[in-house]
Ligand binder design. Structure first.
Ligand code: GAL
Length: 647
């Protein structure tokens, strides 16, 4: 098992290295990640490559028996490069060029940036291809994060027009698909098409969806270029990875595409960050791990695990004693098999003075160091367990086209895609059911239950796959606004919502309402849920049933005849439709009835106690994780605040 820290020896006097490495080894570290922001150290002036500093770092690391992950340094280019070639700098939505300073401010479509990337990466990899201590190359750093997924410069505009021409072939085809007749936006040629910078009101929704796809294509083609170079030049013993950030659904970057070219996925786990007064919910954090595991359908690494409070200018919640350690166990429970803490020591200069590490600027070994040490010592006994495969019978399905469609038109000021996904993930997580988070194009026939949150784009082919799944006994759960749009981000003309899955759901929706901040509507249980009162937020579909049964209905004057949640028998399976942003308690009881019908493994635990089931050679293991700030009793034994037990 690789256990380690992110280490930046270039940040301090090199004399500190011996004491750093000694303490790391005492802590249980066997791996360091280095180099990902050090382009200037490797090429301080154009074409003068020098790797002496890192030669010495690696030499020292080897003296201490450490392995190394080396990052290609392209997330932070040197100042001389942007001075010589200002065109490499990206532009924001207002058309303002980003300036040197900060990071990741390059344009993915700059040919000049690609050339310089190629050169530094070739030099770096060739220099270290025979280095046995380097076990993996990390490509760049968190591609697309911090808004760097978007650029509106002229190079991007030209590339976007070409992207559209390749896709639509003729301008008439594009005009027709987009409906540019509306507001007289008809184009005579591809070079008239704008990149969607800020304008008055909003851009055409089909254009916006294509722009998001174009951004995804831009990042993925840049990433592929780097991966290809590394693959061509690296040593046999070295693998290729990339560290993906949380908040993936907010970006125009389908990480799954990139993951296919990697040997393993790495994920950066920050359950809390600058400005947040409390961490993400246990379910939200768990979902990000299930997503990371789903990118390659195999266990993954964490190369940045938070230990201290974080923030660039504004700092977030301080993880309580043992809480960051608990999040590390939670990661291992969900499929992380090797883990590195961010970072060894906080930096006393520069933009990340408040991104704290294992050690702070006082350079003392204190609480965080001892927590990391305890965690490393303990988890290293469970190598087989953390490498075991995770089996899930429930999958939450996402589709980036759908997410980007929502991004262009959120429809309610309260809408947030990730919240809606987590809303349906949470009740199953509360009952400790193992779950996968998968792209909708995966082969989902092996699951018992599929959850498709707010899938507003549904094409006929997906509807047919879902019909087949349900006919064979599967259970499908949809939520509001399902199936209203086609792949071009246009509403279906002449079809009753929810479009192609209308028959599957056994319902019809003619009217819907967008709910705004603090608007909450009441829903009332029917049949087995009689007398249960719940609430809905964000949105509500006014559902009429054709063949479905009403589980909950609205209670307000004009819509008390309309259903809020329904269930339809279809083939040997069932289809649920949740027409509003329904509260957690109500979803909990629905999830429980689904889990029981599907005869799946689950466990009811006290709130905040998470159980993850893993099997090694048919022997069941459980990670029992107390997310609460207080002590709990689990199966007769006590778990202190934030304590984890592997049973
Ligand atoms: C990550 C990033 C690191 C560092 C860290 C601070 O997103 O990869 O380089 O900035 O955040 O919390």
């Amino acid at each position: 098992m690789y256990l380690g820290v992110d280490y930046y020896p270039e940040h301090w006097d090199i004399d500190l290295m011996d004491s750093d490495l000694t303490r790391m080894v005492e802590m249980g570290v066997n791996t360091i990640r280095i180099g990902e922001f050090a382009w200037h150290m490797m090429e301080s002036t154009e074409g003068k490559y020098n790797f002496t500093f890192f030669d010495n770092v690696i030499k020292k690391a080897k003296e201490y028996g450490l392995k190394v992950i080396f990052g290609t340094p392209t997330a932070t280019f040197p100042a001389w490069l942007s001075k010589a070639h200002p065109s490499i700098l990206s532009e924001d939505i207002d058309g303002r060029k980003r300036v040197f300073g900060g990071r990741r401010q390059y344009c993915f479509n700059s040919n000049i940036y690609r050339q310089y990337t190629r050169k530094i990466v070739e030099q770096l990899i060739s220099h270290y291809r025979d280095e046995q201590a380097i076990i993996a190359w990390q490509i760049d750093n968190e591609l697309g994060h911090e808004g760097s997924d978007l650029c509106y410069c002229d190079q991007c505009r030209g590339a976007f027009q070409k992207f559209l021409q390749d896709k639509y072939k003729t301008i008439e085809n594009l005009n027709d698909t987009y409906g540019t007749i509306f507001w007289g936006q008809t184009y005579n040629s591809f070079d008239e098409i704008p990149i969607p910078k800020k304008t008055i009101t909003s851009h055409n929704p089909s254009l916006q969806l294509d722009y998001a796809r174009f951004r995804d294509y831009s990042i993925n083609s840049y990433a592929k270029m780097q991966i290809d170079i590394v693959r061509k030049l690296k040593g046999e013993q070295q693998e290729v990875t990339h560290n993906f950030y949380g908040g993936f659904f907010d970006k125009c970057f389908n990480q799954k595409t990139m993951a296919q070219g990697l040997d393993f996925v790495s994920y950066d786990n920050y359950p809390v960050w600058g400005g947040l007064k409390e961490p993400l919910s246990p379910a939200s954090i768990a979902m990000t791990h299930d997503y990371a595991r789903g990118l390659k359908n195999k266990n993954y690494w964490i190369v940045e695990q938070l230990m201290g409070a974080q923030g660039h200018t504004v700092i977030g919640y301080l993880p309580r004693p043992n809480q960051a350690k608990m999040w590390s166990y939670q990661a291992m429970a969900h499929g992380c098999s090797n883990i590195l803490f961010f970072r060894w020591r906080g930096m006393n200069k520069g933009a990340e003075q408040y991104c704290l590490g294992i050690i702070d600027q006082n350079n003392r070994t204190s609480r965080k160091y001892y927590e990391a040490e305890e965690f490393f010592k303990d988890i290293s006994q469970y190598e087989e367990l953390v490498n075991s495969e995770i089996k899930s019978e429930v999958a939450v399905l996402y589709c980036f086209d759908n997410i980007w469609s929502w991004k262009a038109q959120p429809q309610s000021s309260e809408f947030d895609f990730t919240n809606e996904l987590v809303r349906l993930y949470t009740p199953f997580h509360n009952l400790n059911v193992n779950m996968d988070v998968q792209s909708v194009d995966c082969d989902f026939s092996k699951y018992k239950v599929l959850i498709l949150p707010v899938m507003n784009i549904i094409e006929k082919s997906l509807a047919e796959r879902l019909e087949k799944f349900t006919e064979n006994g599967g259970i499908v759960i949809f939520s509001f606004r399902t199936g209203i749009k086609d792949e071009n981000n246009n509403l279906y003309l002449g079809s009753v919502f929810p479009g192609y899955v209308q028959k599957l759901c056994g319902i019809e929706i003619e009217e819907s309402e967008s709910l705004q901040a603090s608007q909450e509507i009441e829903i009332l249980g029917q049949g087995t849920f009689e007398n249960t009162i719940g609430t809905g937020k964000v949105w509500r579909d006014m559902i009429s049933t054709t063949t479905a049964k009403v589980l909950f209905k609205y209670t307000d004057k004009f819509y008390s005849e309309k259903a809020a949640i329904t269930c339809n028998n279809y083939g040997a399976g069932k289809v649920y439709y949740v027409g509003s942003g329904v509260d957690e308690d109500t979803l909990n009881i629905i999830a429980e009835s689904i889990i029981k019908q599907a005869d799946m493994q689950f466990e009811k635990t006290q709130s905040g106690v998470e159980v993850v089931f893993r099997k090694v050679h048919d022997i069941q293991h459980k990670f029992v994780i107390n997310h609460n700030e207080y002590e709990v009793i689990y199966e007769g034994s006590t778990l202190k605040a934030y304590e984890v037990k592997i049973i």
